[in-house]
Design a protein around this ligand. Structure first.
Ligand SMILES: [Fe+2]
Length: 301
């Protein structure tokens, strides 16, 4: 079964790429890498060529999620398995993958959330590491999706993509790790009235990154929509805020890690506010209110 290195990158649709770039670089602290031919902007917070790509669109939200496999063989095996199960998996054209600085790359639509999942093994890297500015960002942490078909989506990623459940909040959210990546969750799926992006997370390496973020956001009138607080499931301290399109982004500090061979059992936590936040912070209704999931056009076969 499939083995992953990590959640590699997230592609977001934004209505004004220049404005979003300024926000993600100057306020959040991602590093600008370059612009693509279609106006997309590549950003990084590691040695990878990109950990976030901003694409111009009239409909802000999620374009796709890129999963880095552990090896070329893992990639090949996963694609063969999915095709064998009858799921349409498209290979990205050589032109596009060259633009993405990636080796062989494949995409499929997760049938429940309609989110595009991309799988690759190789991405160009920089010899010089990410240079933190506003925050000591450790990496892209996780993506959370909402869907009316959330249970089907959870079943799909567990059964066909070999993710593992780390914790559940009953009827509210399932936290999953892309095995054998140790982080408590790289993907979580929650119920919702429509298929939407709930939030994108960036992990920071110091508690001061959370405190400084709060001060910076207040100064710049960036809406903080939840937090600071502490998530019981992953034990992380969180701060949620809005990007210029109203997409919800999270800084989090600290996250439980699982061993590959002897992980603890997943817990099922009560559907209660305490299961989301030890500290009891109010949630602004603008949290997770914006964020379409881009639907790929149907392809004639
Ligand atoms: Fe989160």
């Amino acid at each position: 079964m499939a083995r992953y290195r990590k959640l590699g990158y997230v592609a977001l649709n934004v209505t004004d790429v220049a404005r979003a770039r300024a926000f993600y670089v100057d306020t959040i602290g991602l590093q600008f890498v370059g612009e693509g031919a279609d106006g997309e902007v590549f950003l990084r917070c590691s040695v990878d060529h990109h950990n976030m790509v901003l694409y111009p669109s009239s409909d802000p939200g999620l374009k796709r999620i890129g999963w880095e496999m552990e090896s070329d063989q893992e990639l090949e095996d996963l694609v063969a398995y999915l095709r064998g199960q009858g799921f349409p998996v498209e290979e990205v054209s050589p032109e596009e993958r060259r633009a993405l600085r990636q080796g062989p790359t494949f995409r499929m639509v997760e049938p429940n959330t309609t989110a595009t999942f991309e799988f690759y093994s190789v991405m160009d890297q920089f010899a010089v590491d990410f240079q933190p500015t506003q925050a000591k960002i450790m990496g892209l942490g996780h993506i959370v999706l909402k869907s009316p078909a959330w249970q089907g989506a959870v079943d799909f990623v567990l059964k066909h993509l070999n993710f593992r459940v780390s914790d559940v909040i009953n009827e509210r959210v399932v936290f999953m790790r892309c095995f054998p990546n140790p982080y408590h969750h790289s993907l979580a799926i929650a119920p919702g009235p429509a298929n939407t992006l709930h939030h994108v997370n960036l992990m920071v390496s110091e508690i001061d990154d959370i405190g400084r973020g709060m001060a910076r956001f207040k100064k710049q009138q960036i809406p903080v929509v939840h937090g600071p607080g502490r998530h019981p499931p992953s034990d992380s301290i969180f701060l949620y805020f809005l990007d210029p399109d109203g997409l919800t982004v999270e800084y989090s500090f600290g996250m439980e890690e699982f061993s590959e061979t002897a992980p603890r059992k997943h817990r099922v936590l009560e559907n209660h506010q305490d299961s989301f936040d030890y500290w009891g912070c109010e949630i602004d209704p603008r949290k997770s209110a914006v964020g379409s999931i881009e639907r790929q056009p149907e392809k004639a076969t």
